[in-house]
Write a protein that binds this ligand. Sequence first.
Ligand code: FPP
Length: 238
Amino acid sequence: MNDKAPGTPRHVAIIMDGNGRWARERGLPRIKGHEEGANSVRAVVRASKELGISYLTLYAFSVENWVRPKAEIEGLMDLLVRYLRGNEKELHEQKIRLRAMGRLEDLREDVRNELARVSDATAAYESGTLVFALSYGGRTEIANAAKRIARQAAAGTLDPESVDEKTVAANLYLPDVPDPDLLIRTSGEMRVSNFMLWQISYAELYVSPVMWPDFREENLKQAVAEYKRRRRRFGDIA
Ligand code: FPP
């Protein structure tokens, strides 16, 4: 018998939701929810390292988020820059590599520069990887992969008949990052919101009722404990 009880997830991906509601419930401006959310990011990065999670991907800004009020977008971009500057030291101490995926060319120049700088400075670390999904959309990522594949076929470097799942996976933003084992969404919403659509095919889903600014180490531990109780069948029988 093949025992499929999973151990610690290698890759945890999180849809960080509920910052706005957290702020509204307290009579605060939305940006205060994002600010407290950045503290949750810090706590969850630390906790992931302690739990032995190798890859942590955080949905920090979607392609759809650009329709939000300009002040909120600017506030989020400021927060990202502040996070990168303020947490670089800890990433070095914990030997965590930072990476980013999405339409990074859409981001403000200072955000792009800080991302590139901290990604380069931490590129050699192997004890953990933190991925920020920024101006990210799952359909955009798949369409982008299709375009790259079409270009290779048009250039004659790829036989269209050879295109399979591996070809698509190899043309996603970060092809060397394994698929998420566990997808967490906070604030109780039961949606995947265009997040890593290709990669979450077999991910275990965990929806927490907790708003992201309140989601801390204990909540992550609970999610991982629940994951360990699941049986992953990958299409096989129980
Ligand atoms: C969703 O809450 C959250 C976001 C759109 C942004 C996520 C950003 C952070 C957690 C803060 C900064 C991030 C980093 C990486 C430092 P929402 O605004 O959609 O909440 P609502 O659904 O309650 O309105």
